[in-house]
Write a protein that binds this ligand. Structure first.
Ligand code: FE2
Length: 269
């Protein structure tokens, strides 16, 4: 199954070509508002597509715990949408009551595994829908780390009993910037827990790769996607374009390529 991260910029084209996607990912936070227009947008999308909510600010890696008001807003969107699962990130976005404004990498420690497990348990009291968490990009490994990224991901996934959102582009970027083999990464994570992919183009400047969500997909990203489709239990692939959004035909083309990869490897599931 193939989906796209919904952006209002291509709403009308999406309704012209609804068959280009099997589902949409929505940024849940955009619908926390009381704004009538956004409420109507959510209802319209919900009436025409299967929606998967993607959260930005739960901050599962915050040692001080979870903001209950945020979780209530997330729960309200999930109740309207009734998705098979929802997704967030393996990161923190709040520390000491301060909003960081970006997805920050956590130290890969046993203590942080416990923080995630505790926070996931807290959120589960309000949101029963299964949760999947996404690997993020990082500029450096937090120095206090005691284990590899893959060992950390494996512990969180197994201890907290959640699924994985494997961001293929983030894997590509981290493998390039930190010089590791993506195939080895895929050997080390619980590939049977991968439920969904993200994919989008990446951007290189002065030898460093960035996830600006603003570019067409690099051939090596397609390669990783093909490989990861073979070696994981992925069910859905979501194109995540945020900036410099091209003509929808271009996005449709990328969705078609993803669909071909999925079909060739997994059949018509
Ligand atoms: Fe992503």
């Amino acid at each position: 199954m193939v989906g796209i991260g919904f952006r209002p910029n291509f709403k009308s084209e999406l309704f012209l070509y609804p068959e280009s996607v099997d589902f949409l990912e929505i940024t849940a936070d955009h619908y926390f508002t009381k704004n009538q227009e956004k409420k109507e947008e959510l209802n319209l999308l919900n009436n025409h597509f299967t929606l998967i909510p993607h959260g930005l600010n739960t901050s599962f890696g915050s040692a001080e715990g979870i903001d209950e008001k945020y979780v209530e807003k997330m729960a309200a969107v999930i109740e309207i949408v009734n998705p098979p699962y929802w997704s967030e990130h393996l990161c923190f976005t709040k520390a000491g009551g301060i909003e960081l404004g970006h997805l920050a990498a956590v130290p890969f420690t046993n203590e942080m595994v416990d923080v995630f497990c505790k926070n996931i348990e807290t959120v589960r009291k309000t949101i029963k829908t299964p949760l999947i968490l996404e690997n993020i990009t990082y500029n450096f490994i937090v120095p206090s780390s005691e284990m590899s990224e893959t060992a950390f991901i494996t512990k969180v996934v197994n201890n907290a009993q959640i699924g994985l959102l494997l961001d293929i582009t983030n894997l590509f970027i981290n493998a390039k910037n930190h010089i590791f083999d993506y195939k080895q990464f895929l050997k080390e994570i619980p590939t049977d827990k991968v439920v969904q992919f993200h994919f989008v183009g990446a951007y290189q400047k002065n030898g460093v790769w960035y996830d600006e969500h603003a570019h067409a997909i690099h051939p090596e990203i397609w390669e990783i996607m093909e490989y990861a489709t073979q070696y994981t239990h992925v069910q859905g692939m979501v194109l995540e374009r945020d900036e410099a959004i091209p003509n929808f035909k271009e996005l449709k083309q990328e969705l078609e390529t993803a669909r071909t990869i999925f079909k060739n490897i997994r059949g018509n599931k």
